[in-house]
Ligand binder design. Structure first.
Ligand SMILES: [Fe+2]
Ligand SMILES: [Fe+2]
Length: 222
């Protein structure tokens, strides 16, 4: 089979692993890591890959890595990037002859949540930016406002009213534009949990030959 997004979305194991991940992380009171997040990261990865002019196969691999990157969470949150990459390999290793695609996607999934970005392929860099930039109030699963405000990940996500990623091929700048409700959280809160992720985005953008900018409420912060 070809490694393309249509085939991957039709795979019953991928489908169930996303369901199980959603269930597990809901039970642990995490923000959304299920189908909404998978589709948003997939769409954003495609947008980045297309805009910066990656090859057709790299666009497809970025889409797949975006859709599947969190499937390992239902086994264990801590090493979910490794679990996810091994699961992906197990599912498709005897089904496809596209070994280059398989190894690129496996590597991108394994790389997406490490402490240090050591990038060696474009798909990994695209996935990191697409994943780490998904912060939005729609990611919050908790419905109790008091509990949302007590937990920093929920509080910060809940306070992000809009999120847009601009990729400018002429200026070679990728910009994450956020609207943050400062009545429900502070910019310091945002940085407390997102500083490492933003540094990770910067390294990934640099790998792709771009600069990374973060604008919150019209203020340029990095
Ligand atoms: Fe992840
Ligand atoms: Fe993710």
């Amino acid at each position: 089979m070809d490694l393309n997004l249509t085939n991957i979305k039709q795979n019953s194991q991928i489908d169930e692993f996303i369901n199980q991940t959603d269930k597990k992380l809901n039970n642990l009171n995490f923000t959304d890591h299920g189908r909404r997040h998978a589709n948003i990261v997939c769409d954003r990865a495609v947008k980045i890959a297309k805009t910066i002019g990656l090859s057709q196969s790299e666009i497809e691999y970025s889409a797949i890595a975006g859709y599947c990157h969190d499937i390992g969470n239902f086994i264990d949150r801590k090493l979910h990037h490794y679990w996810g990459s091994l699961l992906f390999h197990q599912i498709f290793t005897n089904k496809t002859s596209d070994i280059e695609g398989l190894s690129t996607i496996v590597q991108a999934i394994a790389n997406h949540d490490k402490e240090e970005a050591r990038l060696t392929n474009n798909t990994s860099a695209v996935l990191i930016i697409a994943d780490k930039s998904d912060v939005h109030k729609d990611r919050v699963k908790e419905r109790d406002k008091y509990k949302i405000m007590k937990e920093i990940h929920n509080r910060v996500n809940y306070s992000i009213l809009s999120n847009d990623l601009d990729i400018n091929k002429d200026t070679k700048i990728i910009t994450l534009l956020l609207k943050l409700n400062t009545k429900t959280t502070t910019i310091m809160d945002y940085f407390e949990i997102f500083l490492d992720r933003m540094k990770y985005c910067r390294s990934s953008a640099n790998y792709l030959g771009y600069k990374f900018k973060l604008i919150i409420n019209d203020f340029s912060l990095i």
